[in-house]
Design a protein around this ligand. Structure first.
Ligand code: HEC
Length: 106
């Protein structure tokens, strides 16, 4: 099943693309801008912009450190700190709910 993920940018409608397309087990990401959010700037040099694209290599460790305590190691909302929370932590494996979000809007 193919699913389009929008960043909410007006450029997507104007340019006819999605920030990401989920197709089966694959996620195709397009249109990363290389915006430097620390400095709130973007380079005029495309090569420099690619170096500023988000680096997702640390994502798994970040999730374990900051999110798993509530969302669980597999993302099902069943971490040890989830007990008694109202509302309960979201099930991050719920594709319908998560499909409503942009990866840039988390
Ligand atoms: C202290 C517990 C706790 C931690 C830690 C936590 N969350 Fe959550 N998260 C929740 C709860 C509770 C909800 C449900 C909120 C709701 O339904 O209004 C939630 C909801 C979400 C949602 C769904 C939002 C939506 O509107 O559908 C996402 C995505 C999410 N969390 C991601 C993360 C990420 C990524 C981290 C780590 C960087 C994280 N959470 C850390 C408790 C937590």
């Amino acid at each position: 099943m193919r699913r389009l993920i929008s960043s909410g940018s007006p450029f997507e409608a104007a340019g006819g693309y999605s920030r990401a397309v989920v197709d089966g087990e694959w996620v195709f990401v397009a249109g990363t801008t290389g915006f430097d959010y620390a400095a709130m700037t973007i380079s005029d040099d495309p090569a420099e912009q690619t170096r500023q694209a988000p680096d997702l290599r640390s994502a798994a460790a970040d999730y374990t450190t900051h999110c798993a305590v509530c969302h669980g190691t597999a993302g099902r909302g069943d971490g040890p700190a989830a007990k008694g929370l109202t509302p309960p932590p979201a099930d991050l494996t719920d594709a319908d709910r998560m499909g409503q979000h942009s990866v840039f809007g988390l």
